[in-house]
Design a protein around this ligand. Structure first.
Ligand code: F6P
Length: 533
């Protein structure tokens, strides 16, 4: 199948895909879920390529793997765990069993506990030692930070609870800048860590507790823990009534739907949080039931496979024309790159195709004035994934939303059409150039075009829609991983750096010599010690 796809690409790769457009293409190469539209017609995928790509789904038994995921089979084989973040948003979907036990009662009890607590914080019934809570600080990193931080920003029009801050980096500047803005007597600190061992998070949690203990009698009373490790949250001194636990079948980067989303729930309230979950659940239902031809996550994944593994494009840009999705590219970097950045398949054999691509991006229109130059005229092809809402939240600024939409559509059009040399020449002639100078100037103004992009359009970025978008991308990652035959749910690649950092700390502190370190590392330690004294 891979060979057929590569042969098809070799045959068709140089054609201009704008010539594929007839009356039907936009309709045939787009898919809807509710009011959401995913258009992948501005790519070089034709009916034959799509059929071959869908063949990959069958070859990789994606339907069986999908069922295995939803039904609690331990598909995370290197850690022996089920993968059930979908259970966290399974509000009315019936039992989900892991090892014969229905996990839903506990999921729903925890959700209820979160709601009760969040409402108490929001109403002022839960108080800090100086009065009602004005500020919430979520201390976590990776999946324990990016999900809630991204979603709180995305849903700012719905934010009517206390201010939320996010501290993730062990860099002292991160926590210092947040603590400076908060009053310890009215601040709630949420320590979010699945393992409750992550060095950055635990270091920041201790710093926050020291800061709070200077101002209030009982700092632990203003701490909350979100974790799978009850013994560790006990040891930290956070009482059980403010510990919100979850099971090991919730991966860190898939955890925003459960307790790790507590800061989001405090920000937007329980009803809006439930709408977010319902959006995710709706996408799950679609993903599980729709034919591959109509299946949005599967088609998004196949476009990804086409560009990364068949065409060989190394990166993809996520370009939300929705400023409140400013943290989405960072969120997707973890979701996609931690999941599918693997060099071996499930059985330990080397991959024979490339692993997942490098994901990056920024909201439009800002990116247009920064890196789009390379996207339009650089020698590398960067498939672009645009996102755009039909409506913003600022009805009085509707004209700005229209301008945003025009910019988004203009970019995908420009990427496809480009500007031919003859047109550039005519432009330069009109501007008064002639001869060699005309030719030179014209060549700088040529856009090759024929550069692929997709567009995800939705009515408005509300909690339900955000839930749909996040679940859409989660399932996309799942499908791509299944096609590549890898385990998308472990992350061994982050371990080596952690081990070396632990070993280096006493050397950096001058408590141990740098014996055995390579010349570069030893030299850098020496420089940093001399200049850090
Ligand atoms: O180091 C990577 C990682 O394990 C991520 O997968 C995870 O989201 C993050 O660290 C934080 O882990 P924890 O929630 O256990 O603190």
């Amino acid at each position: 199948m891979w060979d057929d796809l590569k042969a098809h690409h070799a045959r068709t790769g140089h054609r201009r895909f704008e010539t594929l457009f007839d009356d039907q293409r936009a309709e045939d190469f787009s898919v809807r879920v509710d009011d959401m539209l995913f258009d992948y017609s501005k790519t070089n995928i034709d009916a034959e390529a799509r059929a071959l790509l869908i063949g990959l789904l069958d070859m990789a038994k994606v339907a069986e793997r999908r069922e295995a995921m939803f039904t609690g089979v331990a598909i995370n084989e290197t850690e022996g765990r089920a993968v059930l973040h979908t259970a966290l948003r399974n509000l009315d979907g019936g039992p989900v069993k892991v090892g014969g036990q229905d996990v839903m009662p506990e999921v729903l009890v925890t959700l209820k506990r979160m709601e009760t607590f969040a409402e108490k914080v929001r109403s002022g019934a839960f108080k800090g030692q100086g009065g009602a809570i004005t500020d919430v600080i979520n201390i976590g990193i990776g999946g324990s930070d990016l999900g809630p931080a991204m979603a709180v920003r995305a849903l700012s029009p719905y934010h009517d609870g206390p201010r939320c801050h996010f501290v993730s980096n062990v860099d002292p500047g991160d926590i210092a800048d947040v603590l400076r803005r908060c009053d310890p007597a009215t601040t709630l600190v949420i320590v979010a860590s699945k393992t409750f061992t992550t060095i950055e998070t635990m270091t920041n949690a201790h710093t926050a507790r020291a800061w709070m203990s200077e101002a209030v009698k009982d700092p632990a009373a203003q701490f909350v823990a979100l974790s799978t490790s009850k013994s560790k949250t006990d040891a930290f001194g956070i009482p059980a009534e403010r510990v919100f636990g979850f099971a090991d079948w919730v991966g860190g980067r898939y955890s925003v739907w459960g307790p790790i989303g507590l800061s989001l729930m405090i920000a937007i309230g329980a009803d809006a949080f439930r709408a977010f979950l319902r959006g995710g659940q709706e996408m799950d239902r679609h993903f599980r039931a729709a034919d591959w031809h109509e299946n949005m996550p599967a088609l998004l994944a196949l476009v990804g496979i086409w560009h990364a593994q068949v065409c060989g494009y190394a990166t993809r840009a996520v370009l939300p024309y929705d400023n409140r999705l400013g943290r989405l590219p960072a969120y997707l970097q973890q979701l996609e790159m931690e999941s599918n950045g693997k060099r071996v398949s499930m059985d330990g054999a080397d991959l024979t195709v490339q692993s997942g691509p490098i994901v990056w991006g920024e909201p439009g229109t800002n990116g247009q004035h920064a890196f789009y130059q390379l996207i339009h005229q650089g020698t590398r092809i960067v498939p672009c994934e645009f996102m755009i809402a039909a409506r913003g939240h600022e009805d009085e600024l509707h004209h700005q939303q229209q301008l945003l939409i025009a910019n988004c559509l203009a970019q995908s059009e420009a990427l496809m059409q480009g500007r031919r040399l003859a047109v550039a020449r005519a432009m330069m002639e009109k501007a008064g150039f002639e001869g060699e100078e005309l030719e030179r100037q014209a060549r700088h103004r040529v856009f090759e075009g024929n550069r692929p992009s997709t567009t995800l359009a939705y009515p408005r970025l509300d909690p339900f829609t955000l839930g749909q978008i996040i679940a859409l991308y989660e399932h996309r990652v799942f499908v791509e991983g299944a096609i590549l035959g890898i385990n998308s749910f472990d992350q061994w690649g982050v371990e080596l750096g952690k081990e070396l950092a632990t070993a280096l700390q006493p050397i950096v502190e001058g408590k141990k010599p740098a014996t055995g370190k390579d010349g570069s590392t030893a030299g850098l330690i020496d420089y940093l010690q001399r200049h850090g004294a």
